[in-house]
Design a protein around this ligand. Structure first.
Ligand code: FAD
Ligand code: SIN
Length: 533
């Protein structure tokens, strides 16, 4: 079966939906999502969205905070433009119906998170993402030019390769004609041809065995672009959120928003002692890479499985009205956040790198755009500043929309694309072949390519991943397509890129910490042997 559209959008989070709403005035749009429209990382965002909206704040301060967090690797021009474009995109969200909390005087109730020098986070209680996702999904459902295909899994991008031509990486002439898509209900593979395609497939959290990300976050877009010979960068910068709720068995791990630390909550070891002063003057509100490593270090030194977050000194009513979602979740497992300490542990949270894009969100493959967490714009450098992700997603979706609207005027649909040539015919009966490799991959990534790395751990990780890669490719070639097998294959591709890029970075910087290279903070990392200045 073939389908033809002007704009193909892969992903139904903030990046995909906001792009779709903008381009829909100019042509026919098809949105694909491998799950339900609202099952996205966006839906789970808690803390909020960063933008300068208050007179006491300035663009320069937001720019400076972003650059400091990024540890020298941000593209300053990108940072400046995103920060300056942010307020207009907040207005767009409000026009689409999203509401952000206000104080009694009508001004935004701005929150503070780690690495921010001002209160500048707009939020909707402690479930900002759900509010944004709901309001955008409502707009999408109403739009006559937008068709949303739920439970449709994008398997691969269509390029000249599918016309039998040789495609090389770093070749300027690669063209994207759309995507092959697996209908998860009928198991048919549809060919969707498009004048332009946007990848907005989100993050990679499920590469690790503890993550805040829902199960959709399997790096599919990054893997598809890599296989199509596009450019991927900065994959070594995997952000671990310092504080997910320690509640073994929960998947995804429930996030305890950084906004709670912004509200005064303090990190403590299990014996009730504060420890962040040993690592950074900003204590519990230091940037995430520093806080996550500090917690990891304390847990390793003490042999503990978690540390505590203490908010008990804050007013009970204020706590519960600002953080109803966190309060309710904790209460459901017997923790009253106004009286009890909250057990927390770091968890894989965000991919700072990804598909390299230019200022217009264009990838290195023609007619192919990327926005949101799957992309690498240059905003985050070596470490993303809290709440800069949602704003990046909407700012870049806006830029990509403008460029794509312009582009479709001169592009036509490629007609002679063959249908999916399913090589495999065997249904993988032994699902254990997939599930076991999935678990092994998560173990490899968690134990060797986590918060603290070393050359030896990275070499071991690569050797072991290669075995799983070979087994999975063999299985893929002889099997009919299934979502789980495709996801495993994508995660192995993404894991490979993380390890290779981590090996190539001969330093410790931002989120990439390698004990074989000197670091700049005063953190004493276990196994390192000596304390560094
Ligand atoms: P997503 O919202 O993740 O959407 C991805 C979409 O792609 C989904 O619809 C998925 O089904 C689809 N998809 C993936 N692969 C395929 C495929 N092969 N075929 C078809 N569809 C596919 N950021 C902030 O700025 N502020 C916060 O407060 C904040 N809090 C967070 C809290 C949590 C618990 C988490 C997990 C993240 C948080 N983040 C926050 C990060 C932020 O939410 C995400 O980076 C952002 O929402 C990503 O949006 P996106 O549109 O790029 O992707
Ligand atoms: C949080 O609320 O702590 C998450 C914010 C983010 O990931 O930007």
């Amino acid at each position: 079966m073939k389908k033809k559209v002007d704009f193909l959008v892969i992903g139904s989070g903030l990046a995909g939906l906001s792009f779709a709403l903008k381009v829909a005035e100019h042509g026919k749009v098809c949105i694909l999502t491998k799950a339900h429209i609202e099952e996205t990382n966006t839906q789970y965002a808690q803390g909020g969205i960063a933008a300068v909206t208050d007179e006491s704040d300035t663009y320069e301060k937001h720019i400076s905070d972003t650059l400091v967090a990024g540890d020298g690797l941000c593209d300053e021009q990108v940072v400046r433009k995103v920060v300056q474009d942010a307020p207009a995109q907040i207005e767009e969200l409000i026009r689409w119906g999203a509401s952000f909390d206000k104080k009694s005087n009508g001004e935004f109730d701005l929150a503070r998170e780690g690495g921010h020098s001002e209160n500048r986070i707009l939020h909707h209680k402690d479930n900002t993402g759900a509010e944004i996702q709901r309001k955008l999904s409502e707009q999408i459902r109403k739009h006559p030019n937008i068709e949303t295909l739920e439970e449709h899994f994008a398997v691969d991008l269509i390029t000249q390769h599918h016309l039998g031509m040789l495609v090389k990486r770093y070749n300027d002439d690669i063209l994207c004609f759309g995507a092959y898509v697996l209908d998860l209900k009928t198991h048919d593979v549809i060919t969707i041809l498009a004048k332009t395609t946007l990848i907005a497939t989100g993050g990679v959290g499920n590469l690790y065995n503890t993550t805040t990300n829902p199960s959709i976050a399997t790096g599919d877009g990054i893997a598809m672009v890599y296989r199509s010979k596009g450019i991927i960068e900065n994959m070594e910068f995997v952000q671990f959120h310092p504080t997910s709720l320690y509640n073994p068995g929960d998947s995804p791990s429930f996030l305890i928003s950084e906004a709670l630390r912004g509200f005064g909550a303090i990190l403590k070891t299990q014996d009730g002692k504060e420890f962040m002063q040993k690592y950074d003057d900003r204590k519990s509100l230091a940037p995430r890479d520093i806080v996550a490593r500090a917690i990891d270090n304390e847990m390793k030194i003490r042999g503990d499985e978690y540390v505590f977050l203490d908010a008990t000194h804050r007013d009970e009513n204020e706590l519960k009205s600002h953080f109803p979602n966190i309060s309710e979740k904790c209460l459901s497992i017997g923790i009253d956040i106004s009286k009890d300490l909250i057990p927390v542990v770091p968890a894989a949270h965000y991919m700072c790198g990804g598909i390299k894009v230019n200022h217009e969100g264009q990838t290195w493959i023609n007619h192919l755009y990327a926005a949101g967490e799957t992309s690498s714009t240059g905003l985050h450098g070596a470490n993303r500043l809290a709440s800069n992700s949602l704003i990046e997603a909407i700012v870049y979706a806006d830029r990509a929309a403008r460029a794509a609207i312009d582009e479709i005027k001169s592009v036509s649909i490629q007609e002679n694309i063959p249908d999916w040539n399913i090589e495999g015919t065997t249904h993988p009966e032994e699902l254990v072949l997939i599930t076991q490799n999935f678990k092994e991959m998560q173990q490899i990534m968690s134990n060797y390519v986590g918060i603290v790395r070393s050359d030896l751990r990275l070499t071991r990780a690569l050797n072991r991943l290669e075995i799983i890669y070979r087994e999975t490719e063999t299985l893929y070639k002889k099997s009919t397509l299934t979502k789980t097998l495709c996801e495993l294959r994508n995660m192995i591709n993404a894991g490979y890129l993380i390890i290779k890029m981590a090996q190539d970075r001969k330093e410790s910087r931002g989120l990439h910490y390698n004990t074989d290279f000197p670091e700049k903070t005063n953190l004493t990392i276990l196994n390192q042997g000596s304390s560094k200045p």
